[in-house]
Design a protein around this ligand. Structure first.
Ligand code: NAX
Ligand code: K
Length: 498
């Protein structure tokens, strides 16, 4: 799609690691050495003065990384206490355990050992191998950490107890970490559900296995998009070259939502935008913005006639539209095969009267609307997560897209978009809670419509729109109202050198 950070599930991560090792280019011990050294480097960068560290080493390779970290911190002058299990882990972790033993003892991994004073805890208990809730002494240690929230915790790959495929904790006391150092790529759990809150600051360290990722199966994050490459217009571009978006508006007194969508579509650079209320509501749309065109659409026949113009490249149906009007306009809209965004009342209409969708449709439900369209999937996500990999928002969005044959953008602080062919992106924006405000969703729909009009693929339009939407919100800050968002878009585009 774009040059955006890649996301690998835990299964994909294991496959990448195996492929790298099978190639002979790198061994498991070397990977563990790189991983551990990377974490120790991040700790030394952020805590330059050596202090007292407690390193918690679990039963597997995450624990193996912990022994490497302990060794590097010890060499850097830290007073290191290692707590570990009396087990024999895999051969790589076992080798790292032996190396540590030459430098210091391994104390039992029990909550009693946590009472010694320390400045920093390194959580190398469980990583991508977590399959069930930690219990016994490890669970008690997690509880102890929860009771000491001012003690900084650095997570190795992920906070232990968090399912990396879903961002759902398998244990109620998964630690809230100050820093998480993850390897090679983001995992869905870093971005979804509780993941961002528990991970704290997230750093991805390259351990040299990127060439062995299977590109055909990857998801994308939209954290640092190369938007400028995508959104820039050519100096000689023509207004029709940037498409024509049609925004369907509701009846009298209901036009505000469509106005927000229309302004967003204009700001994101659709060549032309027309707002289409019923005739009786047309006078309400007189006045600024003067760049916006107006045309009444009363019924399905009007819409069919309008869509006979091949230059209309995208339609937004739903915001403030009214469920009956949306239900009436859906058949000609879907029959046209034209790129479209279906939001709000159009989603309610669809849940009441299901219709065949197509690959140029983008559905933008929030969780409530999603639950009405795909009740079984929403219910499955609501079931408590007990084993890993736990079902995630990524899974259910991909299943919904495959089932309905359209792109689905499932809104939230963690927004997931998925296309019917399995392409998916995650946009995680837990830092803009003030975006949950009236009309913000209408603006998002308008951004998607504008980007569709400009020829973006549905999943790319959805991912770009989600990114711009939260970037604009971040720029505006608390106190934001939806009307501010389209106005902030030029500033965001300028900052991106578009
Ligand atoms: N994938 C890679 O490319 C690399 C992975 N490395 C590390 O290896 C980690 C994954 O290692 P592992 O697969 O050994 O898994 P973990 O170290 O995450 O877990 C260890 C083992 O504990 C068992 N387990 C799972 N849940 C449990 C529970 N609740 N209670 C008790 N035991 C439980 C599982 O059998 C699992 O294999 C990564 O997170 C990362 O830290 C790094 O060493 C370097 C490279
Ligand atoms: K960990």
């Amino acid at each position: 799609m774009f040059d955006w950070p890649q996301i690998q599930t835990t299964a994909q991560m294991r496959a990448t690691e195996s492929a790298a090792m099978a190639s002979g280019a790198v061994s498991g011990v070397q990977l563990m050495q790189r991983a551990g050294m990377a974490v120790a480097g991040q700790i030394r960068l952020r805590w330059p003065k050596p202090g007292r560290a407690t390193v918690l080493c679990g039963p597997g390779n995450n624990g193996g990384d912990g022994y490497v970290i302990a060794r590097h911190l010890h060499r850097a002058g830290w007073a290191v206490r290692v707590l570990g299990l009396d087990n024999t882990p895999g051969p790589d972790a076992d080798a790292m355990k032996r190396d540590w033993r030459a430098l210091g003892p391994i104390r039992p991994l029990t909550p009693q050992q946590m009472s010694a004073e320390c400045d920093l805890v390194v959580d190398a208990l469980f990583g991508t191998g977590l399959t069930r809730a930690p219990d016994g002494d490890i669970a008690r240690i997690l509880g102890w950490l929860q009771g000491h929230p001012s003690l900084p915790v650095v997570a190795v790959d992920c906070p232990s107890g968090l399912c990396m495929d879903s961002g759902r904790p398998l244990h109620a006391a998964a630690p809230r970490c100050q820093l998480t150092v993850a390897f090679d790529s983001l995992k869905p759990g870093h971005l979804l559900a509780q993941g961002p809150r528990l991970c704290g600051r997230l750093v991805i360290e390259d351990i040299g296995i990127a060439p062995w990722r299977d590109a055909s199966t990857l998801h994308r994050a939209t954290l640092h998009p190369g938007l400028n490459k995508v959104l820039g217009k050519q100096p000689d571009s023509h207004k029709y070259g940037s498409g024509h978006a049609l925004i369907v508006a509701g009846g009298r007194g209901k036009g505000g939502a469509a106005q927000l969508a229309a302004q967003a579509a204009l700001r994101i650079g659709a060549g032309l935008v027309t707002i289409c209320p019923p005739d009786a509501a047309l006078p309400e749309h007189a006045g600024a913005p003067w760049a916006l065109m107006r045309q009444s659409i009363d019924d399905a026949a009007d819409l069919s006639q309008t869509l006979a113009d091949p230059r209309i490249s995208a339609i937004c149906l739903g915001p403030g539209c009214g469920v009956d009007r949306a239900a009436q306009l859906l058949p000609p809209l879907l029959a046209s095969g034209r790129a479209c965004v279906l939001d709000a009342d159009a989603l309610t209409a669809l849940s009441e009267h299901p219709r065949a969708l197509h690959a140029n449709c983008v559905l933008t439900p929030h969780m409530g609307e999603f639950a009405r369209l795909f009740p079984d999937l929403a219910q499955a996500l609501n079931t408590p997560a007990k084993t890993g990999p736990a079902l995630s928002k990524l899974h259910i969005t991909r299943q919904a897209a495959a089932r309905c044959g359209a792109t689905v953008l499932l809104k939230g602080a963690d927004t997931v978009m998925a296309a019917p062919d399995g392409q998916a992106a995650i946009h995680s924006a837990f830092d803009t809670p003030f975006l949950a405000t009236a009309g913000a969703g209408d603006v998002l729909s308008g951004l998607i419509a504008g980007l569709l009009a400009r020829g973006q693929t549905p999943v790319a339009a959805a991912a770009l729109a989600a990114t711009l939407h939260s970037a604009a919100a971040r720029h505006i800050g608390p106190g934001l109202i939806a009307d501010d968002i389209p106005q902030a878009i030029p500033r965001i585009l300028r900052d991106l050198n578009v």
